[in-house]
Design a protein around this ligand. Sequence first.
Ligand SMILES: Nc1ncnc2c1ncn2[C@@H]1O[C@H](COP(=O)(O)OP(=O)(O)O)[C@@H](O)[C@H]1O
Ligand SMILES: [Mg+2]
Length: 261
Amino acid sequence: MSSLNLAGVSLHYGPEQTGLPVLQNVSLNLARGEFISVIGRSGSGKTSLLNLAGGFVAPSAGRVTVDGKPVTGPGPDRAVVFQDDALYPWRSVRDNVALPLKLRGIDAATRAEKAREWLAAVGLQDHQDKHVWQLSGGQRQRVGLARALASEPEFLLMDEPLGALDAMTRDQMHELLLSLWEESHAGALLITHSVEEAVFLSTSVIVLAPTPGRIVHREEFEFGRRYLEGEDPRALKSEPEFIDARERLLAAIYEKELVDG
Ligand SMILES: Nc1ncnc2c1ncn2[C@@H]1O[C@H](COP(=O)(O)OP(=O)(O)O)[C@@H](O)[C@H]1O
Ligand SMILES: [Mg+2]
């Protein structure tokens, strides 16, 4: 089973390496089939953590590896979905999904087929010829997901991909994300500021505290798997265990005592 591993990772931006690190001694392991969410206050290093996993920045200390091999840059094994959809608005939905495959030298017929397959998976089969500027925010994020998944990555890295969506669209996206995660067999790493989203979706939630960014709390959950096994999402989200978990994680984010404990 493939896994993306951060071992004792610290990060200083800039060459001087002065002051507190942005991340300090962070270790986590994301195996395929796992769904890890990272929550924490603004500035706690969540995006930096994702950038390390993506290979966009290199650690100042420690190691980032995939199956034991050092990560030296971005790669098709690790697809990224950003908060701002980062699509080409003037191109068609299909081209947005197919373009990264083209850049990797994949032939036109395969590109078209993969684009069709993943656009259908995110419910956009009837929108393939539209331009991105004609889509709603939720539809754009679904194009971003289809694009990421069309590369059949081993790991799907997402930085607050649902942050700009309204509450109803977000709830629908949660269910879609879980189905796509199951179907793709990818390991998912999700940065989110929604504690509820983290508890519902994840097999494991990590809380970062700021200055220096470090892991102060971890917990495992089964709600997402239970949803995929057919349980009702609203019933799951109103279970006492769900509500307790949400409160515990909020406390871990905001309470100094817990943070230092
Ligand atoms: N490219 C960068 N250069 C210098 N400092 C940065 C850079 N990116 C982020 N930072 C700093 O690192 C800290 C953590 O930022 P970030 O990882 O974006 O946190 P989060 O996503 O949790 O809000 C912040 O203090 C931020 O100002
Ligand atoms: Mg961020």
